[in-house]
Design a binder for this molecule. Structure first.
Ligand SMILES: CCCCC/C=C\C/C=C\C/C=C\C/C=C\CCCC(=O)SCCNC(=O)CCNC(=O)[C@H](O)C(C)(C)COP(=O)(O)OP(=O)(O)OC[C@H]1O[C@@H](n2cnc3c(N)ncnc32)[C@H](O)[C@@H]1OP(=O)(O)O
Length: 182
């Protein structure tokens, strides 16, 4: 019996894990528009931070307690994010984690501001790193949500971990967090 060489196996079908650009998500569009102005995300071609958010499409159109919307991001730390020589400033890492947590709460529940965050810097972030921010928004009551996030490198190195309490914006905050500025 002769064995014929197997055909070249077909490329594995791309696995659709449900992640889409943020602006493909109905709530995500509002968030994406906000993010173009934010401290973290306002310079997508700059040398400091470049960040691209994605939402889990499985949550379209709205999150439920059983299936909260999820947010993640790809982030690049450029030469102008420097803190310790050759590495990212802790404030830039904290800012990235803070914003991602805020947007994750917004996507899962509604717009919110950070009341309390804690950040653990696990490994120094080399400048030039492109990492992944993963977020998990916890359940919310009518006033607040817990949330966590971490920054992971392409090889699985965990660079930073954060937890936060975000206060959901309601009627009592009306007018406090409007756009504008001096
Ligand atoms: C579809 C249209 C949408 C339009 C959206 C419009 C605007 C968007 C607005 C905002 C954008 C949203 C997201 C932005 C995303 C990311 C940005 C990055 C995240 C940030 O960077 S954002 C900036 C930094 N952030 C601040 O600038 C906040 C300054 N701060 C305050 O403005 C107040 O401090 C406030 C409002 C936080 C609370 O004040 P408050 O009076 O409303 O809340 P209150 O005291 O009633 O507490 C309610 C419950 O939260 C618990 N709680 C409160 N504080 C706590 C703490 N520190 N630790 C642990 N738990 C805490 C209480 O214990 C209570 O819990 P309980 O209900 O169980 O009693």
């Amino acid at each position: 019996m002769t064995l014929t060489p197997p055909d070249t196996p077909p490329a594995p079908a791309a696995v659709d894990d449900g992640w889409r650009p943020l602006d493909a998500h109905p709530v995500g569009r509002t968030i994406a528009a906000f993010a173009t102005r934010s401290f973290v995300a306002n310079d997508p071609h700059g040398d400091r931070l470049r960040i691209r958010y994605e939402a889990r499409a499985a949550a379209v159109p709205h999150a439920t307690a059983a299936q909260p919307a999820e947010l993640r991001a790809e982030v690049w730390f450029g030469p102008k994010a420097e803190g310790p020589p050759g590495h990212a400033h802790g404030g830039s890492v904290a800012a990235v984690l803070d914003e991602a947590m805020g947007l994750a709460v917004w996507l899962a529940h509604r717009a919110a501001v950070a009341a309390h965050i804690e950040v653990d810097f696990r490994n120094p972030v080399p400048l030039g790193l492109t990492g992944r921010v993963e977020t998990t928004a916890g359940p919310a009551d009518e006033r607040k949500s817990s949330v966590s996030a971490r920054l992971v490198g392409p090889d699985g190195t965990v660079y930073g971990e954060a937890t936060g309490i975000f206060v959901l914006l309601g009627e009592r905050h009306a007018g406090r967090f409007r756009g504008g500025g001096a």
